[in-house]
Design a binder for this molecule. Structure first.
Ligand code: GLC
Length: 469
């Protein structure tokens, strides 16, 4: 790719530090609903082979962990394909076995809600309100010790999240991370991991029920808000208990969001789709939540998963077979057509792509600036694993964009007959919709990839600055 082209992207990226300063203009940000404790496990060949000896993969087909063999079955697919998956642990016995057998290397903030809240506070937003279904001391201490990062304490009062220690049980997710190029022999079959990635095994009864803290709901209603960033629906599970079906829990969350919106008109509500294994819940997300929000964030896999539940199985298969920006773009169109959501943003390997209605509150250039800020933050996080201060967030600001995204843009331009200017500006219109593309900075051997999607979506939204129209 030409140096000129890369230099023009460097110019577009130069706004990142200034965009970061603008985040302080946001009056309040709600990050809901899921914060949890991530127990990080760094897998190496020996640990993996021992695990597979103890628990050989079973023959079941469900994407869930009811028994030990389910864990290794899910992990095996991720190792072989270099993909990320999250499966829910359905049995307490299996959870206990994991705690004893696998343990963890360290604990860190988990859940989109928790990760986004820490990030937004580090970006300098005024009041970040984070919803926690469970907030014992171990969870509280994973929040940044910052006065602008708040949640509800045991008495229902708003307090600094870091200092809250409610009498709740901790919600723990095991993050099994593996590096690229790991040579393994499992059940006599040898292969090498094609990419660094992770398999997440989640035991989280409170978030499985999308339990909403009434004190938090009240606080969010009383605080002037600029953004609500939603996630956690992917953990939801149907229950027979009264009022606890997935559909009823979703309705309860939408009622809460309505209350917040009534008090803060002009609020932007963003849904981070996240990997939702349960097809019924995924369908409900598309039918109930997506049509009520302003913006949705998805990665490649999530795009395909959503297409499968909106009657676009063929397009899903096409994207699965060739996961290119041009194919995924078609997917974004289908999701927007079906749900009417005004803005959708795809974060794929090497490229971010936003498609929005022409009158959307954030202008295309503002979106591109926010996406550039997000790409710098994501690269800084990948490079150092630290995103605690504004300085940490901008560490990668002078790196050059990768060829991968530029090539994807080329192919998209060819498929839609776009003008040459698109590759330089990242801005265009297709069929009357605004399309904004940004090639990203890729970091070799990333320190950590957990929470990357949440980081990108939330920071590119708030990094765009407050609505200008
Ligand atoms: C999922 C996992 C959580 C992790 C997060 C990162 O929500 O359950 O443990 O921190 O993804 O995106």
């Amino acid at each position: 790719m030409s140096t000129d082209l890369k230099n023009s992207w460097k110019d577009h990226y130069a706004c990142a530090p200034a965009q970061l300063e603008k985040v302080a203009n946001a009056s309040g940000i709600v990050s809901a609903f899921n914060a949890n404790i991530d127990a990080i496990v760094r897998l190496d060949a020996r640990r993996i082979e021992d695990l597979f000896k103890d628990a050989p993969p079973n023959e079941r087909t469900e994407s869930e962990i009811a028994e030990k063999g389910d864990l290794t079955r899910g992990l095996l697919t991720c190792l072989e394909k270099g993909i990320a998956e999250e499966w829910l642990i359905e049995s307490e016995d299996t959870y206990d076995w994991m705690q004893k057998t696998i343990g963890y290397d360290w604990l860190q903030m988990g859940g989109q809600g928790g990760i986004v809240a820490n990030l937004m506070a580090a970006c300098g937003a005024q009041n970040v309100l984070v919803h926690c279904a469970s907030l014992p001391e171990d969870q509280g201490k994973l929040f940044h010790d910052m006065p602008n990062l708040l949640s509800a304490d045991a008495d229902g009062k708003v307090a600094k999240a870091y200092s809250i220690a409610r009498d709740d049980i901790p919600m723990i997710h095991f993050i099994l991370e593996f590096p690229k190029g790991l040579s393994l022999t499992i059940a006599g079959k040898s292969f090498t991991t094609p990419r660094a990635n992770r398999f997440i095994a989640t035991y989280d009864p409170l978030n499985f029920g999308l339990v909403i803290d009434p004190a938090f709901d009240k606080a969010a209603t009383e605080t002037p808000l600029s953004y609500v960033i939603l996630s956690g629906y992917q953990l939801l599970q149907d229950s027979d208990a009264p009022g606890a079906s997935a559909s009823e829990r979703i309705d309860a969350s939408l009622d809460a969001i309505d209350r917040w919106r009534n008090k803060s008109p002009g609020l932007i509500v963003h849904l981070e789709a996240a990997s939702t294994q349960d097809e019924h819940v995924r369908r409900l997300l598309m039918e109930k939540v997506a049509p009520t929000v302003d913006s949705i964030g998805v990665n490649e896999r999530e795009t395909i998963d959503l297409l499968e539940v909106i009657g676009e199985e063929e397009l899903a298969a096409k994207c699965d077979k060739d996961t290119s920006a041009a194919n995924l773009y078609e997917g974004l169109c289908a999701i927007q057509e079906k749900t009417g959501v005004p803005r959708i943003q795809l974060h794929m390997f090497g490229l971010y792509l936003t498609r929005q209605k022409p009158n959307f509150m954030l202008a295309p250039e503002a979106n591109r600036n926010g996406m550039a800020m997000a790409a710098v933050i994501a690269a800084s996080k990948a490079q150092t694993g630290k995103v605690d201060t504004k300085e940490d967030l901008m560490v990668a600001k002078d790196l050059t964009v990768s060829d991968i995204g530029l090539k994807e843009m080329d192919a998209l331009a060819a498929a839609y007959d776009l003008s040459a200017d698109f590759k330089e500006s990242g801005l265009t219109q297709i069929d009357g919709m605004d399309v904004i593309a940004l090639p990203t900075i890729l970091v070799d051997n990333p320190v950590s990839l957990v929470g990357m999607g949440d980081t990108i979506s939330s920071s590119s939204l708030v990094g765009a600055g407050l609505p200008s129209r």
